[in-house]
Design a protein around this ligand. Structure first.
Ligand SMILES: C[S@@+](CC[C@H](N)C(=O)[O-])C[C@H]1O[C@@H](n2cnc3c(N)ncnc32)[C@H](O)[C@@H]1O
Length: 319
């Protein structure tokens, strides 16, 4: 992101104010690190190009924190980093729609919030539909289910891009960092898909032991779609409002995920725990992830032999 700001941000866009917007900011603290890095990269560029500090030239920074209306904005604002050099505003509302006036911000970011769909696709939750999906997600065996999710994701993401194109100043930048799939790799072949299958299997175990109702398990689907690289490129290109300046795979020194059953269970609890708690309650969610850890231990060779997934950073500039 720093490199993209250094090479792609046009300082002419900034007169006395630079505004950063984080879409799907949650309640912290990741968002504070993300926006601080962006602001520091802008300050560095400003210093390198003008020989002056942005602050000395009366440039002020503002951060707009967006998330759903149900997000814990109180925690977010109560834990803002002391000594920060930016003003803040909360922007509650769904990023599938416009949430800001035209030309409100210069740099926008979606960190791990670009995988959401606005709803579960039609047919997925209806027992008599050919698209009925008992699993909690499309892990890749059923092409028709995958297509239903992809169609929903494409339509929703087109709306996300249309709304941001209105809200972003011309020439502004949009960063998308998230999780996806390499072309041709099925979700079920990756660590992410295998872990999601373990979550589904653990829910079924609890239903078989009478702890939860099987209908409740069958009606659980998650509003996420992890797109393949070519699908992401196609959606952005067909939308037409942005130029893809960079599409990079983020390579972590220790691999995509630490290959340890306990750490994997804790990590996936942090990704999916809130969605499970909302549908089944916290107690069931906790039991599920205890079982997930056992399954990850028992079937560790599946995890070790999984195909790599994709963690990406996409840099877009508004046309
Ligand atoms: C996985 S969290 C990522 C949080 C944070 N960006 C980070 O990197 O840690 C995804 C966030 O996206 C938010 N989100 C999902 N759908 C949204 C929507 N339609 N509008 C606004 N926020 C949404 C969720 O509420 C959640 O806080």
């Amino acid at each position: 992101m720093s490199e993209a700001i250094s090479t792609k941000l046009n300082l002419d866009l900034i007169s006395d104010r630079l505004c950063v917007a984080d879409f799907g900011c949650a309640s912290g603290p990741n968002t504070f690190v993300a926006v601080q890095n962006i602001i520091e990269a802008v300050e560095d560029k400003y210093r390198n190009e003008t020989g002056q500090n942005a602050a000395d030239n009366n440039v002020e920074f503002q951060v707009l924190f967006n998330d759903s209306t149900t997000n814990d904005f109180n925690t977010l604002f109560q834990t803002l980093p002391p000594g920060r050099n930016y003003y803040t505003s909360g922007v509650p509302g769904s990023f599938f729609n416009r949430v800001l006036p035209k030309h409100s911000f210069h740099i926008g970011v979606f960190n791990y919030s670009f995988h959401f769909t606005s709803r579960i696709p039609n047919g997925i939750m209806e027992r008599d539909s050919p698209l009925w999906n008992r699993d909690m997600h499309c892990t890749g065996f059923n092409e028709a289910v995958k297509k239903a999710y992809l169609d929903q994701y494409s339509a929703d993401t087109n709306n996300v891009l249309d709304a941001r194109a209105e809200e972003l100043v011309p020439g502004g930048l949009l960063f998308l960092s998230g999780s996806g799939l390499r072309d041709g790799v099925k979700m079920s072949e990756t660590v992410k898909g295998i872990m999601m299958d373990f979550i589904g299997a653990s829910l079924n175990d609890l239903a078989q032991h009478g702890v939860i109702n099987q209908d409740k398990v069958d009606s659980f689907n998650i509003p996420l779609y992890f797109a393949e690289e070519s699908e992401l490129r196609q959606i952005i290109e067909e939308n037409g409002k942005f130029t893809i300046e960079a599409f990079e795979e983020i390579i972590h020194a220790n691999g995509e995920f630490p290959l340890d059953p306990k750490i994997l269970a804790v990590s996936f609890r942090s990704f999916f725990g809130a969605l499970l708690s909302a549908h089944f309650g916290v107690d069931t969610m906790r039991k599920v992830f205890e079982l997930v850890e056992v399954k990850a231990r028992e079937e560790f060779s599946r995890i070790q032999n999984a195909k790599p997934g994709l963690q990406y950073l996409i840099v877009l500039s508004k046309k």
